[in-house]
Design a protein around this ligand. Structure first.
Ligand code: BGP
Length: 468
């Protein structure tokens, strides 16, 4: 298969890591707004309100809110065909349970979409990218509570209706499968466990509520505009068995089950045997309410979007718990210890396409690295070019050799922004450098890195020219 002529090349961001203006024009607090900055490897501290003396990176992000024209002009200069961004839910519904939306918040996205469209750049919009309104967490217990489904749908209705003719590509929840993979799924589901709770039950319940919400959003979106393409979004952790021991092969399957759990429900429309077995393995219970099965069946997604950064190894360990490591002797690692594995992307795309047979979209991939600004202001990020070149070539192999239907590729953090894992600025992914440091100091000035010109050439040649 040839790479599509209308292949969606571009870059990806999320409001809480990029926009800033965290209270401007009526925006409410989101779960990201009470997460402190941190440094390499240390988990970010989470508060239940804003403490004046603390530094919260999302409050300013890199200020897309006031730089959107300049940034979009730079994306256009690189030749972006699409731009992935999220709408900050709490900009539209500041608390999350209001009856009517915040008009000022909507006006901001009117301007952003119009600006993108004026350059012919297709917006790709995530409805919930780690940005649940904080009030829904404190007052309702977040996605444990079924009421969130209705609040989310109210928000979707406003957004879908307003941008009916401006946005075609949507994603419901960013990395929804991390709800099960993470010890405490705060980013994904706004959940920190309470004393006495069975974490397995909470994860199963929150996941169910989010998947019903996603299915209802798909059904609603298609009514509002039948041309909408509404996707699921997973973190895709391609996993290898650590050895050829049959027990390790089984361990590899067990490690992937939580991921196919979401894939099966959102793409096939029902809880498959993989899902029911996973629930049993976790020691939890699933409660379906009347109508849920129909909703899930009718609300299957149009495509699957993934983030892809690294691969893991699974082994049976001592037989009690899976042993999962990123320590693969065949792979080099990034400065943040993430194994670099372009072939794993091709493997993952094949696995997903084999299983679900719907179009795929790589909406996140990239190298977090420390960039050095030379005295003359230039940034020679050859390491980033080398990383992206290999991943793009592997993506092309999946399309051209394996006939996998991939509709687009957006690099994560096409402009430097705040890291979600650590809250750092120095973990940079961008083609565009932003002058800001880990303490929040800097002019916010934008400048082009060497990779900027390289990616421009890749896009102009529809991925055929990846040379340095
Ligand atoms: C994904 C998120 C993104 C992004 C990326 C890189 O999990 O969807 O929001 O941040 O990871 O991670 P980090 O920012 O920790 O380097």
């Amino acid at each position: 298969m040839k790479i599509r002529d209308d292949f969606l090349w571009g870059g990806a961001t999320a409001a809480n890591q990029y926009e800033g203006a965290y209270l401007e024009d009526g925006k409410g607090l989101s779960i990201a707004d009470v997460e402190m900055g941190s440094c390499c490897g240390v988990p970010r501290e989470i508060h239940d309100c804003v403490h004046e003396e603390c530094y919260y990176p999302s409050h300013e992000g890199v200020d897309f809110y006031h730089h959107y024209k300049e940034d979009i002009a730079l994306f256009a200069e690189m030749g972006f065909k699409c731009f992935r961004m999220s709408v900050a839910w709490s900009r539209i519904f500041p608390k999350g349970d209001e009856e009517s939306p915040n008009e000022k918040g909507l006006e901001f996205y009117d301007k952003v979409f119009d600006e993108l469209l004026s350059y012919g750049i297709e917006p790709v919009v995530t409805l919930s990218h780690f940005e649940t309104p904080l009030y829904l967490v404190s007052q309702y217990g977040s996605w444990r509570n079924r009421k969130l489904i209705d609040f989310f749908i109210r928000y979707c209705k406003v957004i879908f209706t307003r941008y009916r003719d401006k946005v075609k590509y949507w994603l419901t929840f960013n990395e929804i499968n991390e709800t099960m993979n993470k010890r405490e799924p705060y980013h994904q589901a706004g959940i920190l466990f309470k004393e006495g709770e069975n974490p397995a039950d909470v994860k199963i319940l929150a996941s169910h509520n989010m998947m019903v919400a996603s299915a209802r959003a798909v059904i609603l979106g298609h009514k509002i505009n039948p041309d909408f393409m509404i996707g699921a979004m997973f973190q895709y952790p391609t996993t290898y068995a650590k050895t050829c021991s049959p027990q390790d092969i089984l361990a590899q399957r067990f490690h992937m089950m939580p991921n196919f759990y979401y894939g099966d429900v959102m793409c096939r429309g029902y809880y498959s045997n993989t899902c029911t077995a996973q629930i049993r393995r976790m020691g939890g219970t699933l409660h379906m309410e009347e109508g849920d099965a129909d909703t899930l069946r009718q609300g299957t997604v149009d495509y699957i979007a993934i983030s892809y950064y690294f691969t893991s190894l699974a082994s049976a360990g001592d037989g009690k718990a899976l042993d999962v490591t990123r320590d693969n002797p065949y792979l080099k690692r990034s400065a943040w210890n993430w194994p670099i594995d372009p072939v794993g992307l091709r493997i993952g795309l094949n696995e997903l396409y084999d299983r679900y047979q719907i179009p795929l979209f790589v909406v996140e991939n990239g190298l977090g690295a420390v960039d050095e600004v030379k005295e003359d202001g230039t940034i020679e990020d050859d390491y980033r070019i080398a990383y992206l070149k290999k991943h793009i070539e592997s993506l092309k192999d999946a399309i051209e050799i394996d006939d996998v239907d991939v509709i687009g590729y957006t690099t994560w953090g096409c402009i430097d922004l705040i890291s979600v894992g650590t809250g750092e600025m120095k973990k940079r992914y961008g083609f565009i450098y932003v002058d800001k440091d880990d303490e929040g100091k800097g002019t916010l000035k934008r400048s082009r890195k060497k990779s900027f010109g390289w990616y421009k050439k890749v896009i102009a040649s529809n991925g055929q020219d990846t040379s340095f």
